[in-house]
Design a protein around this ligand. Structure first.
Ligand code: GRG
Length: 296
């Protein structure tokens, strides 16, 4: 099966699962459920969910067991995007080719939709033993991994330093802190969580975390590069917004060509990281290659 088909099939499958997991539009109070569904459904590459399912399968786990975890990751990811787009953060009007949540529902409902998605994600995680036969021990470990990844020393910490750095000149250590936390931590938790459900041992988990670290960095560098060189229609959002907002990015600090080289090196390290894993781990390397060459 080609990688494109693999990614499309997995993304379609995750979309259907998310459709079921999110409260229906007509459940009272409708407006919040409409905003939650608007924010999550009908767009996005579903990379975090796909990485979780893929990592689970690498270790011969059944991906069905990882579905609740994968849905929770996409809910959390959508929450960060909704909040990131707010006027008090990046103030963006478009995301995934459509108006951002606060543009459609207003700021108050957008904040609450993000909050409700985060809350629902933890409900999904807590239901893993009864719905997906994940052991209670692994479930608790996953809740801990995800909480650490997205808290004040994870995604939120990265966002705080990012906000604080706007318009200031920062060095490469601070830039790396921002992106390792803001972008990398959720990718790492997705991969590690999937591997945990699949039954990976300590050594294998370490390899998966190394892979995720380089993957997150490569992902962010290509994101920065696409903001300069990408096509707005393909990206589903305007290009050039990083420069407009005075953001520190890999191209702004290292130059465009150096940034592109750094992304390539990260992908080589991704491949290197998984050499000790079962042959089935080649799918992770393929997804890493896709990240480097993506146009959206
Ligand atoms: C609690 C106020 C508050 C905020 C949460 C806003 C925030 C913390 C974090 C921001 C996280 C963020 C937006 C990280 C950027 C990661 C990134 C490059 C996202 C785009 O990911 P894709 O390309 O998106 O995978 P799709 O649309 O494909 O799902």
């Amino acid at each position: 099966m080609s990688l494109d088909l693999y990614l499309t099939n997995k993304a379609d499958f995750i979309e259907k699962q998310l459709e079921k997991a999110l409260p229906a539009n007509d459940i009272y109070p409708s407006i919040i459920h409409e905003a939650m569904r608007y924010s999550v459904l009908g767009g996005g590459k579903r990379l975090r969910a796909i990485l979780a399912l893929a990592a689970c399968e690498v270790f011969s786990g059944s991906f069905e067991q990882a579905i609740g975890f994968a849905c929770a990751l996409e809910m959390i990811h959508a929450y960060t995007l909704v909040h990131d787009d707010l006027p008090c953060m990046d103030d963006d009007d478009y995301r995934r080719g459509k108006l951002t949540t606060h543009k459609v529902f207003g700021e108050g409902i957008a904040v609450l939709a993000g909050d409700a998605l985060l809350t629902l994600a933890f409900e999904e995680l807590a239901k893993m033993p009864e719905k997906y036969q994940v052991s209670t021990e692994v479930t608790i470990q996953l809740i801990k991994e995800v909480s650490e990844a997205i808290g004040s020393q994870g995604v939120i910490g990265g966002q705080v330093v990012d906000l604080d750095s706007e318009g200031k000149s920062i060095d490469s250590n601070v830039l790396e802190y921002i992106h390792h936390h803001k972008t990398g931590k959720l990718f790492i938790a997705s991969l590690k969580g999937g591997a945990l459900i699949g039954g990976a041992n300590e050594e294998q988990l370490k390899a998966v975390v190394d892979f995720g670290t380089y993957f997150g960095l490569a992902f962010q560098i290509t994101d920065d590069v696409l903001d300069l060189t990408g096509d707005a229609t393909r990206l589903g959002k305007p290009v050039g917004s990083d420069t407009e907002q005075g953001k520190n990015t890999y191209p702004s600090i290292f130059g465009l060509e150096n940034a592109q080289e750094m992304a390539k090196e990260c992908i080589l390290n991704c491949h290197q990281a998984v050499t000790s894993l079962p042959k089935t781990a080649s799918i992770l390397g393929d997804i890493a290659d896709f990240i480097l060459n993506r146009d959206h």
